[in-house]
Design a protein around this ligand. Structure first.
Ligand SMILES: Cc1cc2nc3c(=O)[nH]c(=O)nc-3n(C[C@H](O)[C@H](O)[C@H](O)COP(=O)(O)OP(=O)(O)OC[C@H]3O[C@@H](n4cnc5c(N)ncnc54)[C@H](O)[C@@H]3O)c2cc1C
Length: 382
């Protein structure tokens, strides 16, 4: 893992950081950073070693996204969504899917991404309305509309959640299927021009009777709930947790530097000499470090197969979201008027951090899921 993190650190410094401000200001998809990561052999980060990948679990994803998130949260999220999509593809890949998807992913020739959210069901992302119909022995027909598809139009494939169209199918029979970017019937909504995470290219995707080969179904029909809790949730939550920990670390570093460098002309003393600011910086460090430790513990427990890992995984992303938003907010105060100046990195961090609470599973839902798990109630029940 050390050598992987060193490679990511180099790319973050040499490619991602220099482009971060343009990605934010122009709402530009972070092509150079994502391509550099794929070219450096990191495309198969979450593909198991026995299938030829780097075999990293959710902990590896969290660490990689944290390094990238310190430089540019959009790049972290775009690459993170590729890693989550790859993990979902790998979980039950057939030999044919290994050949057509995982091999090019490992070789850095294929970018994938996850598309679950829909306008109708919003943050209840585990309830798709997009229909999957078996129309012939070789094809399914997929019809529906997805929203907020990160890496939209830039990915080579989209891992999509669907519900059975057949009226005789068991209620709530969900499935996951891969759709190629050149499939006929894909139509993209307007370009992404969000408040934050402006490089994500998170656009709506219309699926107008898209014919998809049956061998692009992942697992069995109706497997999706298995995917949601065994693969999507842990990998996705750790990709996001890493990204937003990165934002919090970047903000803390800005505060530390400001306190050291800011000197007053009348006394020559620096802000670093003021006990009240030393106290505030120390408190922020404590908040970040305990949140990071929770994330590392949760991811490592999940990867080790601990059956009790889920509440920690759920809580991690909620805690990280709170930590990132509070951290940037506090650093805005600690760094005084400079934070409001044109070109301040804190503008971007503030806007990017705010998305942490609403990217599903949202903070409120995660708190509810944790409570339900502790009470022995079904996670998606009442
Ligand atoms: C920058 C960005 C990138 C994204 N990228 C992707 C992506 O790549 N793939 C993807 O699939 N989706 C993506 N999304 C979508 C995201 O994951 C959420 O689905 C979406 O932001 C939330 O949906 P909504 O706006 O309909 O919220 P709503 O469902 O309207 O929720 C509004 C609020 O109500 C709360 N709420 C709703 N139900 C409950 C409940 N039962 N209990 C407690 N509180 C509840 C929510 O927590 C939330 O705070 C992205 C979103 C953003 C902002």
């Amino acid at each position: 893992m050390e050598s992987i993190l060193e490679r990511v650190q180099e790319i973050a410094k040499d490619v991602v950081a220099p482009n971060a401000s343009a990605v934010d200001q122009e709402g530009r998809w972070p092509e150079s950073g994502v391509r550099a990561l794929l070219d450096a052999g990191l495309g198969g980060l979450t593909v198991p070693q026995e299938l030829g990948g780097l075999g990293q679990g959710s902990f590896g994803v969290a660490q990689v996204c944290e390094i990238l998130g310190q430089a540019c949260a959009s790049t972290a999220m775009c690459f993170g969504m590729h890693c989550v999509g790859s993990a979902v593809l790998s979980a039950k890949a057939t030999p044919d899917q290994r050949e057509r998807y995982l091999l090019p992913i490992i070789e850095g020739r294929h970018l994938t991404t996850l598309s679950l959210s829909e306008a109708g069901t919003g943050s209840h992302f585990y309830i798709p309305n997009t229909k999957l119909e078996a129309v012939s022995p070789d094809f399914y027909r997929v019809t529906g509309k997805k929203t907020f598809v990160t890496n939209a139009a830039y990915a080579d494939s989209y891992v999509i959640s669907t519900v059975a169209a057949d009226p005789d199918a068991p209620t709530g029979q969900f499935s996951c299927i891969v759709i190629r970017n050149h499939a006929e019937g894909l139509r993209w909504g307007p370009p992404w021009d969000g408040l934050g995470m402006r490089g994500n290219s998170s656009r709506a995707l219309h699926l107008d009777q898209v014919m998809v080969p049956r061998n692009d179904l992942l697992g069995e029909e109706g497997d999706q709930i298995w995917y949601v809790f065994q693969v999507v949730a842990p990998y996705f939550l750790m990709a996001m947790s890493g990204t937003y920990l990165g934002i919090a670390s970047a903000a803390l570093e800005i505060a530390r530097n400001h306190l050291i460098k800011r000197h007053y002309s009348e006394s020559g003393s620096s802000l670093a000499e003021l006990p009240v600011l030393q106290h505030r910086l120390g408190t922020l460090w404590g908040m970040l470090e305990r949140t990071r430790r929770l994330a590392y513990h949760a991811a490592a427990s999940f990867d080790a197969g601990d059956p009790d890992a889920l509440p920690a995984v759920f809580t991690t992303k909620a805690e990280v979201a709170e930590c990132a938003v509070e951290m940037v907010n506090e650093v805005m105060t600690l760094t005084g008027g400079m934070a409001y100046r044109e070109g301040s990195k804190l503008h971007q961090l503030l806007r990017d951090a705010r998305a942490a609470h609403v990217m599903a599973p949202t903070t409120d839902l995660l708190r509810v899921w944790t409570g339900r798990t502790l009470l022995g109630r079904p996670i998606l029940g009442a």
